[in-house]
Design a binder for this molecule. Sequence first.
Ligand SMILES: NC(=O)c1ccc[n+]([C@@H]2O[C@H](COP(=O)([O-])OP(=O)(O)OC[C@H]3O[C@@H](n4cnc5c(N)ncnc54)[C@H](O)[C@@H]3O)[C@@H](O)[C@H]2O)c1
Length: 316
Amino acid sequence: MNLLVTGAAGFIGSHFVLRHVANHPEDTIVVLDKLTYAADKSFLDPVEDAITFVEGDIADQALVTKLIEDHSIDTVVNFAAESHVDNSISDATPFLHTNVIGTQAIIEVIKEHPHVRLVHISTDEVYGDVGDDDPSCTVGDKLNPSSPYSASKAAAEMLVLAARRTFDVQAVITRCTNNYGPHQADEKFIPTVIRKALADEPIPIYGTGKNKRDWIHVGDHCDAIETILTVDWKSDQRPIFNVGIDREFENIEVAKMILRILEKPEDSIEFVEDRKGHDWRYAVDSSETRTLGWAPKMEFEEGLRQTIDWYKEKYS
Ligand SMILES: NC(=O)c1ccc[n+]([C@@H]2O[C@H](COP(=O)([O-])OP(=O)(O)OC[C@H]3O[C@@H](n4cnc5c(N)ncnc54)[C@H](O)[C@@H]3O)[C@@H](O)[C@H]2O)c1
């Protein structure tokens, strides 16, 4: 494959590229990343000789066209996004630019290059939250996003689905649950708990701490994307793949696990004013994706220990 991977100086995209280069050294990889505050280009240092890195914006249609043509790209994996819900509550403008206009710019280019496939990385947050006893969301369920972030991701999905229908572009969408692992930006929940615990500072937990998330290790998410790339999209016409683990933890449980691993006291937890519109629980049914042969491998506690080790190094 000749891949254009967008947003790969960020958390999930960097893992995808590192793993892809290790497993498929024969493939061409071009990375396009705007290098926002969430990016760290040094994540890609181990493979810098094996990839082409381009700093730029996915909304720059001329640039995306040039990269696709110059490098004979046949596959685009779009990780590029503004991804932090709290930031979207403060100002949604950059979310509309990258998540919506940027996605449409990629669609405009692949419309003109119909041999190019697009995997658009979306999120389970597009379903909105579910109650404790509600069944897991399936890909046919209606979208009901709660935050400007998830609304922008839902809008991008609508554009991808419309392009499939109207222009017959080859594009699929993944809706994954919360990822954890090394490389995640400091502002996110797990890095924040680790950083505060290491500094012996109060650990801020929104609301009651009882909100539930289905944490998937970033490597398992990347494996799911790789599996979807192996599908013959002409015979398997499914447009959307849920990716999850079916193993939820309350935020407070995750914070306590981190404190236990770091041997720090639980009384450092401090409940703070809840996030506006805070989703209660996400749950996706990923059984359809598992029929492709994908299954998550990482146990949560083991993955969390590895993640903590990485942040210990970073924050030391
Ligand atoms: N982190 C999660 O738990 C999670 C879960 C499900 C889905 N997702 C989705 O996965 C994707 C990647 O998430 P992440 O957590 O790695 O995000 P991230 O914020 O860590 O990284 C995003 C990357 O995109 C780049 N970027 C931003 N705007 C850009 C633009 N206009 N053009 C080019 N590059 C741009 C940034 O510089 C950064 O490197 C996102 O689409 C997100 O919605 C994330």
